[in-house]
Write a protein that binds this ligand. Structure first.
Ligand SMILES: [Ca+2]
Ligand SMILES: [Ca+2]
Length: 272
């Protein structure tokens, strides 16, 4: 009777903590390529670093054709994402080239002894990844940002050896403006535009003047105020709009979806 009770307790404990909860955890590390040592090793990247797992006293290289295309790797999260008791890892990888591009993410998992898998998805790519722990269930959130403002959000879950893509959604929110100029309006003919509006509340029309900044594909705008003269906005924005609120005698502006620009008496400054 006593033995049966112990067995039941062990079984319940196993269920509660995952079957491998007490096993030694795999450790995920990246190691730089040492050109003198591994120049002739076909599975090692030639310039950059490779992913290794330290497990059961041994060290294993984890390599795929996909990983070989991304020379710079970093372990950004270690967590038991599928609840099997063994820690999995999220790897962020970069092309190592120009700073134009986002981060490709990879999920690396120990499935059995000496059995490791690598998972990714076309939307497992962006600017930041967060592990969300809700009621003990882990999900992964990948955000793609445009000029520091989140424009798309992809959710994933790792379950039964599958990286499940749950959704990818676009940000539909933005601060409403009284009037606005968008970069796409100027993209075609590249001609400056001027919108008339009274920004300093003296009943005389002022203007919001924008030109197309070819290098970044954004707008460069300034305000011509009947009270304050020429006022620079400083930032390159995809969208610039006039808000209903005002600061120091000039209407606030919105840059892109959410960034508010306020007049400091001399020029417009970003406040968030
Ligand atoms: Ca796991
Ligand atoms: Ca005015």
């Amino acid at each position: 009777m006593h033995k049966q009770f112990l067995q039941m307790l062990l079984c319940l404990t196993g269920l509660a903590f995952g079957q491998n909860a007490f096993a030694q955890q795999p450790e995920y590390i990246v190691l730089e390529h040492d050109i003198n040592q591994v120049e002739d090793l076909p599975q090692r990247i030639r310039i950059g670093n490779d992913l290794f797992v330290q497990d059961g006293g041994e060290q294993y290289l984890v390599q795929t054709d996909g990983l070989l295309d991304w020379p710079i790797k970093e372990v950004i999260a270690v967590d038991d994402l599928d609840g099997d008791g063994w820690n999995d890892a999220i790897i962020a990888s970069h092309s190592g080239g120009a700073s134009c591009c986002g981060t490709k993410y990879w999920l690396v998992s120990k499935r059995e002894d000496q059995f490791f898998t690598v998972h990714t998805h076309e939307d497992f790519y962006g600017d930041s990844l967060e592990v969300i722990n809700r009621d003990g269930e882990r999900s992964l959130s990948v955000t793609v940002s445009d000029r520091n403002q989140a424009v798309s959000l992809s959710l994933f879950r790792f379950e039964d050896g599958v990286l499940q893509h749950l959704s990818t959604s676009q940000n539909a929110g933005l601060r409403p403006a009284l009037l606005e100029v968008n970069a796409f309006e100027l993209e075609q003919d590249r001609k400056p535009v001027s919108r008339s509006v009274d920004l300093d509340d003296d009943k005389t029309l002022d203007s919001l003047d924008c030109s197309y900044w070819e290098r970044w594909g954004t707008l460069m705008c300034e305000v011509q105020s009947s009270v304050h003269g020429s006022v620079k906005t400083g930032l390159g924005c995809d969208r610039i709009g006039v808000l209903i609120s005002s600061t120091n005698g000039l209407n606030d502006l919105v840059c892109n979806r959410f960034t508010v620009l306020r007049f400091d008496g001399d020029e417009y400054n970003q406040i968030n």
